[in-house]
Write a protein that binds this ligand. Sequence first.
Ligand code: NIG
Length: 383
Amino acid sequence: MSTLITGIAELRTQDDDLATLHGAALVVDGDRVAWVGSAARAPAADSRVDVGGRAVLPGWVDSHTHLLFAGDRTAEFAARMAGQPYTAGGIATTVAATRAATDDELRANLRRHVAEALAQGTTCLETKTGYGLTVDDEVRLARLAAEQVDEVTYLGAHLVPPGADPDTYAALAAGDMLAAVAPHVRWADVFCETGAFDESQSRTVLTAAAARGLGLRVHGNQLGRGPGVRLAVELGAASVDHCTHLAPADVDALAGSTTVATLLPACDLSTRQPLPDARALLDAGAAVALATNCNPGSSYTSSMAFCVATAVLQMRMTVDEAITAATKTPARSLGRQDVGHLAPGARADIHVLDAPSATHLAYRPGVPLTHSVWRRGTRLVSP
Ligand code: NIG
């Protein structure tokens, strides 16, 4: 069953040339894109949808979220807005609530957040464990995540549980906990930061995960300068996330590497941190992605459009750079060629904006611009 989508004023293919087509059409066949080109040369298809002169781009790829959680941290957020600093320790509040929740409560919570993201154009999601911090709880979170999201990351090394010895816990996270969770995940991550895991503990967990064949991601340089970025580059991590406090040497290291710098501007705003220096990274030649970091503590938004608008308006990224950073580059950081672009063969994950151009994402910040969304060739969000 094929569908011709026509009436596309602007088609951001995000293909290898990052081509933008005007007066374009696109054919979906099954769950894939079958054809892309000028509307005047569009082939016949079984059915036809006219999007009425709107802009079309690939569905967002949100490569950093923490959606397996229970509980609420509104009071912590309000205290922060009144001047309290954000610290890693708040994670323990969510760990307690998550451990106490049933599987079905966690499933329902995840379903609600995945649906919320989809309604805003996010069609590929990564999410992490990390609010369990025991072997059984981390396995439970990985299993539940794999039911609903595209990519699952093991984050047993998110916080040393209150009362635990840091080195002993890091050894567990690199040993029995990793062994139990590994069959359910493709990625492993570590929060390498003062108050979480130091360089040596982070290295222990990451090298053990790599030895099991998992791809690596790192939370680095979120609350201050530190070893996270350097370690991620040294170990060939696919992504180092946050990158809020970078030394010049960190920028150089990223520019000379294949590690993607994933910036999380909603988190920086919500924790009253400076915004990352995206311009320095891009100008040096580093690959930059944007993600929501949706979680109940430091960044409770699922809006990729908000991240794109912030990147353009406040981080001096161009619209083209921000859209690439929210589609093609996070797909690369997840090792995926099937999403984040709209070329023949790609997964038919299509985001139609209620605007004639994707520039409106930054030109009209805060306005809900998602018109309709296809995922795997099926229209799941309609006007
Ligand atoms: O990426 N930094 C570590 N983890 C999350 C915060 C999680 C929380 O505060 O619950 C983050 O910001």
